[in-house]
Design a protein around this ligand. Sequence first.
Ligand SMILES: Cc1cc2nc3c(=O)[nH]c(=O)nc-3n(C[C@H](O)[C@H](O)[C@H](O)COP(=O)(O)OP(=O)(O)OC[C@H]3O[C@@H](n4cnc5c(N)ncnc54)[C@H](O)[C@@H]3O)c2cc1C
Length: 380
Amino acid sequence: MRYPKPSWSNSDLELYRANVRRFVESEIKPNQKKWAEQQHVDRNTWLKAGELGLLLADVPDEYGGSGGDFTHMAVLFEELAYAGDRAFGVHVHAIAAHYILNHGTEAQKQKYLPKMATGEMIGAIAMSEPGAGSDLQGIRTSAVKQGDQYVINGSKIFISNGYLADLIVVVTKTDPNAGSKGVSLLIVETRNCEGFKVGRILEKLGQKGQDTCELFFDNVKVPTDNLLGAEGLGFMQLMVELPYERLMLGVGALAVVEAAIELTLEYTKERKAFGRTIFEFQNTRFKMAELKSQAVVARAFIDTCVEKLVKGELDTTTASIAKLHLSELECKVIDECLQFFGGYGYMLEYPIAQMYADARVQRIYGGSSEIMKEIIARSL
Ligand SMILES: Cc1cc2nc3c(=O)[nH]c(=O)nc-3n(C[C@H](O)[C@H](O)[C@H](O)COP(=O)(O)OP(=O)(O)OC[C@H]3O[C@@H](n4cnc5c(N)ncnc54)[C@H](O)[C@@H]3O)c2cc1C
C-alpha cells in the first residue's frame, strides 16, 4: 500500500514509523481474530508496546514517557488504522494519561505515568452513563467527601478498556447542585478495589476486540489525593483535553479513509466484469477520483491540525471540525468503496466489510457529529 507522507513528518519520524509498523505487523495484525473472539487485547501486547516506548510517546521522559510530541502518537494511530486494528485501546489510554499529565499533582504524575508508559497500568476514561452521554452535565455518579476519602456511587457505560483498565479517570459529581461546576475527576485504581465491579463486555456491531464495558461503583473509597486538580474543575478539564481527543479520532479516521481507497483500487484493478476490470468502468474511475480528492484535501487539513496541536494552538472549534468532517468522511468513503466489492464487500473476511462495521461508531463516540455541529455553530 502507498500512503502519503504527512507534511509534519521528517526522517526521524519515518524511522520511528518503520519501528511502529514492525510492531503492528507482528503483534497487532495477527491477533485481531483472537482478540475479537475473547473481546479484549492481550495484556502482553500492552507490555510489548510499553517496552518499545509507544504507549506514552508524547509524555516527557521524566514521567517514563518517550519525550516526543503528538506527531509520534499520530504515527501510531495511523499505523494501527492502516493495519485494520480496532481493538488496541491506546487512544483512551493516552487520553487518561494526558488528564494526569496536564491536571495532576507531581505526586500523581510520578505514581501513575511511568507505569502507564510501560503498560503495567492500562488506563481508561469513564464519562458516559446510562442516563447521560452527550449531556455530561447530567451525570449522576457521585463522589462524597468523607474525611480524607471520596466515596463514589454510580455506574458508567460504554467504557473502552473497561475490562482491562487498572486506572480509570472517573467523571463524578462532587456537588449535585452546582451544574457543570459540580463536576470533578477522580483517579480510581481498580485492582483490589472494594465496591468496584466491571459488568459484561458489551456486544458491539464492530470493534469487537475492544473491551467496552459497564462499570459499577458501590461505595468505592478513594483517597482525596486521587482528585485531579481541585473540586469542581472537572468540566473545564474535560474541555481542555477535547482538542487532543478529537484530533486523535480525526487522524485515525483519515488513515482508514486512505486505507479503504488503496484497498479498493487494488481490488477493482483485478476484478473483471464484462471483459474489463471494474476500475476501467467510468463510474469506478470517477467515483475513485472523487474519493481520492476528498482524502487529499482532508490530509492537508488534518496535517495542519496536527502541526497546530504540537504548537499548542489547536482550538476546540477546529478540533471539532476535524472530528466531524473526518468521521463523516470515513463512513461515506468506506460505504462507497464497499460497493465496488459487490457481494464480497459484505463478507467479513474482506477487510472492507470489517472497516464498515468498525467505522460506524466514529460518528457517535468522542462527541457525536451532532454535538460537534453544536460546538462549531457556537463559534459562528
Ligand atoms: C464503542 C464505544 C466506545 C465508547 N467509549 C467511551 C469511553 O471510553 N468513555 C466514555 O466515557 N464514553 C464512551 N463511549 C460513549 C460515547 O461517548 C457516547 O455514546 C456518546 O457520547 C453519545 O452519548 P449517548 O450514547 O448517551 O447518546 P445520547 O446523548 O443519548 O444521544 C442520542 C442521539 O441524540 C443526539 N443528540 C444529543 N444531544 C443533542 C443535541 N444537543 N443536539 C442534537 N442532537 C443531539 C446525539 O448526537 C445522538 O445522535 C463509547 C461509546 C461507544 C459506542
